[in-house]
Design a protein around this ligand. Structure first.
Ligand code: BTN
Length: 254
């Protein structure tokens, strides 16, 4: 009895006690033809991975470590927006299950009081015919104490328990998260990013703020004015130029 109310997402759930990374399992399952909405869930990851080949700390029984396989009929250019859609779903789930008010830092970090509680990693399987599968990895820090984090991330990472002072049900979070993923991915596929962009911007800490964007070959400073319908961050530098940022590490400079 999973308590799930969804029709697509979570109809097939692959649960493993421990694994190197749910992303690896999800990639394998997708290659073997796993259906749209398949979810991989685990208690602990020994080699959890983050964006930009970073490692993701995944303490046993303390978080929600999951990957969702989607097979949307959209062009590969639309893949990055699924990260933004997922961020909105995560925020709504945290709001529903706790009294916390999470914020989104472009493109994919969920923050509580300025510290990161969730990371999202969207990976793509594609070929000449387009997207074969999207593998959306979600790492949500739920019941960690400070000591459960690696020393090097203790100052920048947090958990729902650390911020709310209460133990939070991981089961309720998973149910709520899959529910919002179902609703919002459907809305995105059927109607595009318009409504979701309004929601995303309302939760964003980045928009309207002075930021520094570190990219692989340059760093730009300016005001984050908004995101486009493609999820591209619009950054206006002091010389008045508007730059489209596709991928970067963002730092608030105020
Ligand atoms: C980031 O912020 O860099 C993204 C972190 C994504 C972590 C999740 S945990 C579940 C899934 N499996 C992984 O190995 N990574 C993602």
């Amino acid at each position: 009895q999973t308590g799930l109310t969804t029709k697509r997402i979570g109809q097939k759930i692959e649960y493993v006690e421990s694994c190197p990374s749910t992303q690896i399992i999800a990639h394998q399952l997708a290659q073997e033809g796993a259906p749209d909405g398949t979810v991989v869930l685990t208690e602990t990851q020994t080699a959890g991975r983050g964006r930009l080949a970073r490692k993701w700390d995944s303490a046993a029984q303390k978080g929600v470590w999951m990957s969702i396989i989607l097979r949307p009929d959209v062009v590969p250019q639309k893949a990055p927006q699924f990260t933004l859609v997922t961020a909105v779903a995560v925020v709504r789930a945290i709001e529903e299950v706790t009294r916390l008010q999470p914020k989104i830092k472009w493109p994919n970090d969920i923050l509580l009081n300025g510290k990161k509680c969730t990371g999202i990693l969207t990976e793509l399987q594609s070929d000449a015919d387009g997207i074969q599968a999207l593998i959306i990895g979600i790492g949500l820090n739920v019941n960690q104490e400070k000591k459960d984090f690696d020393p090097e991330v203790q100052e920048i990472a947090t958990s729902l328990k650390l911020e709310s002072g209460e133990t939070v049900s991981r089961q309720k979070l998973v149910q709520s998260l899959l529910y919002y993923m179902e609703i919002y991915t459907q809305l995105y596929i059927e109607e595009g990013f318009g409504m979701l962009k309004i929601l995303w911007e309302s939760y964003s800490t980045t928009i309207g703020q002075p930021v520094r964007a570190r990219m692989t070959n340059q760093t730009l400073e300016g005001i984050a004015e908004g995101i486009t319908d493609d999820g591209v961050l619009q950054l206006r530098t002091a010389d008045g130029k508007l730059h489209g940022i596709y991928s970067a590490d963002i730092e608030m400079t105020n």
